[in-house]
Write a protein that binds this ligand. Structure first.
Ligand code: GRF
Length: 203
């Protein structure tokens, strides 16, 4: 299976996906990385690993539709089967999302449906939650609303700051995202017509 990753910044989840997919028994490989920001650190990192990685900056296009059309063209050129959003900070249009329905996933740093949106570690601490984590979900038109494929939980410790908690969640993300992509690429999970993720046990 051929996978494209969309990033906007650091790209540590991208890095974890690339590393996992380079293992010979992994059911997918990363064929392209696209960033909406030319200064995304992840772009250089991907290039250093010999993955085709290009910036497609929003500022180069006069409209959101033209920008998304350029992203779609790149994904088509790379003959991508699945798209992974990995710290991609731009909200995709309903039209873009519909084209990739059931084939595009995102990682979010909370145990959804708790703490959608930004600043999740700060909000988890402020709410006094004792367990926090990360979720991989199918992307639907509403942000962070799509059916959940897999989750990883971490404890919240008494002396946690948003930074220490965030670092613990990020390590869990790096394990979780490759596992979730592999479920998808193997056909063990799919988005059903009623907007749920249905899973069959890996054999
Ligand atoms: C991660 O915390 C991810 O869950 C969120 O954005 C962050 C991206 O980090 N969607 P990185 O670019 O993968 O290092």
């Amino acid at each position: 299976r051929r996978v494209g990753i969309l990033i906007s910044g650091r790209g540590s989840n991208m890095d974890a996906l690339i590393a996992a997919t380079m293992r010979p028994d992994y059911p997918a490989r990363i064929v392209t990385v696209l960033s909406d920001r030319a200064d995304a650190a992840g772009l250089q990192r991907a290039q250093s690993l010999d993955i085709a990685a290009v910036a497609v900056p929003r500022a180069d296009f006069s409209s959101k539709a033209d920008h998304e059309a350029a992203l779609l063209d790149r994904l088509a050129e790379a003959r991508v089967d699945f798209v992974c959003l990995a710290g991609f900070m731009r909200i995709l249009s309903a039209d873009f999302v519909r084209r990739w329905e059931g084939r595009m996933i995102n990682i979010h740093p909370s145990l959804l449906p708790a703490f959608k949106g930004l600043d999740t570690h700060h909000r988890a601490l402020a709410a006094g939650t004792r367990v926090h984590g990360a979720s991989v979900h199918f992307v639907t038109a509403e942000m962070d609303e799509g059916p959940v494929i897999a989750q990883a939980a971490v404890p919240v410790l008494n002396d946690d700051t948003p930074e220490t908690l965030g670092a613990r969640v990020l390590s869990a993300e790096h394990q979780l995202y490759p596992q979730a992509l592999s479920l998808l690429a193997e056909g063990h999970v799919r988005m059903s017509g009623d907007g749920l993720a249905t899973a069959s046990a890996p054999t």
